[in-house]
Design a protein around this ligand. Structure first.
Ligand SMILES: NC(=O)c1ccc[n+]([C@@H]2O[C@H](COP(=O)([O-])OP(=O)(O)OC[C@H]3O[C@@H](n4cnc5c(N)ncnc54)[C@H](OP(=O)(O)O)[C@@H]3O)[C@@H](O)[C@H]2O)c1
Length: 297
């Protein structure tokens, strides 16, 4: 098949691109820099610039691009960037596809479990209501931005990603240094649920949703076994053979990371993987210990 991808230089995009190529698919990348090969097309979501030729003959589009959520403190300027890069970029992709005579059949557009907000131990399915806070508002607008593609009849999937585990980037890479020094521990009271997914399974799920599955609408991309932060901490410490005796209290997380810390580190999301599993997807790393051993050993 021929697939187009945005955000191909990111943590998830790099893995998806490599896996697609290894499986013999043709990959077209939409990049924000100047394109330098026949399989790359430049686009600029800030200025609404895009070359519709990028999508000619393409079967499915995987759209990941957006300003990093965790790289900087959430100033009002940074929050605007996080939101606008996703909403404008997604609208641009969707309207470009909708204007084509023969558009791709499928658009798998990234979203996040931040959609649900802070929900304690409630088991969250795709039918659950959205929550409160900045990330939930971003996710709602991000998902709404695909509307033109849906109206045109594409099969549109909103892939609500959980915390992607990889030592190459994202949350695990940031958490690891204090744990390796033996100074790790739970965050806040440790009761908050973390719904995680191994990077390999995240990439496999995007490819499955784009090339094989029949499902549409929101799909949670999380492993079937969410863990509390306390259990996550214990398992991580066990896998890397280090102690984890140094909790970071709630006020410490807030002081260090501000609003970002509250929404990303202290917020509780216990998210169900049932829709993905029932659609026929098979996880390689369904439990946390096997995922962490795979990533870290
Ligand atoms: N990793 C996670 O744990 C996680 C969890 C939930 C949701 N997600 C979402 O899933 C998507 C992929 O995640 P990821 O971890 O691979 O993200 P990432 O490593 O931050 O990569 C995102 C990519 O988006 C593009 N990008 C960066 N800033 C941008 C901007 N201002 N405007 C438009 N494009 C921009 C870049 O690609 P180019 O330079 O090639 O354009 C970048 O490589 C993201 O939208 C992310 O929010 C990730």
């Amino acid at each position: 098949m021929k697939l187009a991808i945005t955000g191909s230089t990111g943590l998830v995009g790099k893995k998806i691109t490599a896996e697609l190529k290894a499986a013999g698919h043709q990959v077209v990348k939409l990049v924000r820099k100047v394109s330098n090969s026949e399989n790359e097309f430049s686009w600029n979501p800030d200025t609404d610039k895009i070359d519709a030729k990028a999508f000619e003959g393409v079967d499915a589009v995987i759209h990941l691009a957006g300003e990093s959520i965790a790289s900087k403190r959430w100033s009002s300027e940074q929050k605007m960037k996080i939101k606008q890069s996703r909403v404008k970029g997604t609208k641009l992709i969707a309207s470009t596809l909708a204007a084509m005579d023969n558009p791709p059949r499928v658009l798998v557009s990234a979203s996040a479990i931040g959609f649900y907000g802070d929900r304690g131990a409630e088991l969250l399915t795709e039918e659950s209501t959205t929550g409160e806070g900045f990330l939930a508002a971003v996710c709602r607008e991000w998902e709404d931005a695909t509307r033109d593609a849906e109206s045109k009849g594409l099969r549109v999937v909103h892939a609500r990603l959980g915390v992607v585990l990889s030592k190459e980037g994202g949350a695990l890479k940031m958490m690891l240094p204090p744990f390796l020094m033996g100074a790790g521990g739970p965050l806040g009271d440790g009761k908050q649920y973390m719904s995680w997914i191994d990077l390999d399974d995240a990439a496999k799920a995007f490819i499955y949703l784009a090339t094989e599955a029949n499902t549409s609408g929101a799909v949670n991309l999380v492993a079937p076994n969410p863990e509390t932060n306390a259990n996550f901490t214990k398992t991580l410490a066990k896998v890397i053979h280090r102690p984890a005796f140094f909790p970071v209290p709630t006020f410490g997380v807030k002081a260090l990371f501000g609003e970002m810390g509250e929404e990303l580190l202290l917020s509780s999301n216990r998210v169900s993987a049932n829709k993905l599993v029932n659609s026929g997807f098979k996880f390689t790393y369904p439990d946390l210990e096997s995922a962490l051993k795979h990533e870290l050993n």
